[in-house]
Ligand binder design. Structure first.
Ligand code: DX5
Ligand code: ZN
Length: 216
């Protein structure tokens, strides 16, 4: 089981230290939420922030693109040092092309589904992706409540993986705390994004340990 703190809830004035702190606490990925103010009603950061973080951590950079027409920026995010790039199926009519482009850059490719989007929409890329991100809140903001209906989607993806021998990992994002992480794990999730639960705490290390306990 992998833990991926989302820097969306970090102190941006101390971003490097915030990343090093969770790395020292033994997390697996750094999750980077890219928002464009169009696909989602919030704006965060672009490739230059990824490039600035690249030399300060050995951890894989897990880049979640919440932007319209993600194809336009895949090369920029890859060159900035992303290890995994994920595009929302709702953000492009060309999700297959987006996956191809990410792979051509030599980066692991992922697709993302909003809570209301069915698995059917990614049926024909399931064999090609390295990671599938199931949004367990509506994207755009940290600190929202977990949407219970999404658990069935995780279980369905896990079932499809077993039946067809697909290699993707299932990541969950939004409202993750030990209780909801345990439900997602039970359903088949492998990678757990947590933003406010970790960075909003007085003792982020203790929160990472608490997550680790329910995931091991
Ligand atoms: C939401 C982002 C998440 C966010 C999760 O659009 O994709 O990664 O940081 O925040 P929490 O863990 O606070 O729900
Ligand atoms: Zn995210």
């Amino acid at each position: 089981m992998k833990i991926a703190p989302s820097i969306l809830s970090a102190d941006f004035a101390r971003l490097g230290e915030e990343v090093k702190m969770v790395e020292a606490a033994g997390v697996d990925y750094i999750h980077i939420d890219v928002m464009d103010g169009n696909f989602v009603p919030n704006i965060t950061f672009g490739p230059s922030v990824v490039a600035s973080l690249r030399p300060i951590t050995k951890l894989p950079l897990d880049v979640h693109l919440m932007i319209d027409a993600p194809e336009k920026y895949i090369a920029d995010f890859a060159k900035a040092g992303s290890d995994i790039i994920m595009a929302h199926v709702e953000a492009t009519p060309h999700i297959h092309r987006a996956v191809q482009m990410i792979k051509q850059e030599g980066v692991k490719a992922g697709v993302v589904l909003n809570p209301g989007t069915p698995i059917e929409s990614i049926k024909y890329v399931l064999s090609q992706v390295d990671q599938i991100l199931i949004m367990t809140v509506n994207p755009g903001f940290g600190g929202q409540s977990f949407i219970e209906e999404t658990v069935a989607k995780i279980a369905e993806l896990d079932q499809l993986r077993k039946e067809n021998g697909y290699h993707y990992e299932i990541e969950v994002d939004g409202g993750i705390v030990p209780e909801t992480a345990a439900k997602c794990k039970e359903a088949g999730a492998d990678v757990f994004v947590a933003g406010s639960y970790i960075y909003g705490a007085e003792d982020p290390e203790a929160r990472i340990q608490a997550l680790r306990e329910v995931l091991n």
